[in-house]
Design a protein around this ligand. Sequence first.
Ligand code: AMP
Ligand code: MG
Length: 405
Amino acid sequence: MIRADEGRRIITGSITPVAAETCVIGDCLGRVLAADIPAPRDLPPFDNSSMDGFAVRAEDITKATRESPVHLKLAGELPAGKWTAETLRPGFAMHVMTGAPIPPGADAVAEQELTESENGNVRIFSPVARGRNVRRKGESLNAGALALRKGVRLSPASVGSLAAMGIKQVSVYRRPVAALLCTGNEVVDLDRAPGPGQIWNSNAFTLRGVLQNCGIRVVDLGIVADEKEQLAARLREALTHDAVITSGGVSVGKYDLVPDVLKSLGVEIKFWKLNIKPGMPMAFGIGTPDSRPVPVFALPGNPVSTLVTFDQFVRPGLEKLSGVESPEPRLRIKAALEEPIQKKDGKRHFIRGIARNAGDGIVVTTTGTQSSGVLMSLVKANCLIILPEESGSLNKGDVVEIEML
Ligand code: AMP
Ligand code: MG
């Protein structure tokens, strides 16, 4: 039995990214960059106004006040998208709109509110400092500077910044394909009526959901019985993909055959059993069909254990597989417990909680029964309360760490 942090270290340490491919940026949202992106040119590409107002020479209006405004002559109008090469002469102002280039000679913009204009003249009621309301060429990024780093997942803002730099396509990692396999003689497909003692396959749906949320393509290999030959055949097929996720059959029951069958297929089991609750029986290994490393995550079948182990261990592993340079654990924040929690064992607990803002802090309550079969505890939860191995029972008001889901 190993510690959770050790398990996570083993997982991220033994997985390498899939191959890269070129992709147009319109299809890159959520993909992971496979190469650094230097800015090809300055951003913004020219000095421009951040306000609607009047481009001026700041030195012309140093004496301007409400009582005795400075009068300037209008040199014309420059909306966004227009350009002028003509230098603004002393005593003149150019009417500019947000995003318009600053004409040569001008060095500040007096915002509309500080001015009044009529008949080709403008009165300025206040001085403006040089550079005021001017967005400088290159102030966001200078040409050649590192704009986006290899190994980051592309957000809408990062895809937008690629467009702003005129970059049409980039090198990203291929989207990994994971095979999903649910085991259990009692588990049946949703389109079948369960016989006595049988249950529907809910894990296929929860796992497909969290895999999709991770940007992973899923090949669902369905349900397989707790029987060695059938299990081996289906797992062999699963190993032809980039990663394998199984549910059930990983505990110490008579019909928990997954670890042994994985070994018989040459999968090197890196760990089996973690010092955690829920999810203790989880196993992780690396298969090497045709000498290609394929991570295998064998998750316990209890619906809550399946999802908690996915969140804590599979997700960072799949991040690594997807090319993310250093997968970070979820951000942890502190919250005050609204109820006591009993804890006597030395395991790390992941308790399903509901956190909310209260005053200037955050409070958290549990979702009630914490049995690993009660999927409703996760339906209600918006966070996991993390109780470390060394933690004992806690009282109402004690501060705990939570991870928002
Ligand atoms: P196992 O990990 O195979 O020992 O299963 C633990 C518990 O999870 C049992 O109560 C199973 O019936 C249940 N279970 C296993 N697989 C699934 C599944 N795919 N969907 C819902 N429950 C499952
Ligand atoms: Mg089972």
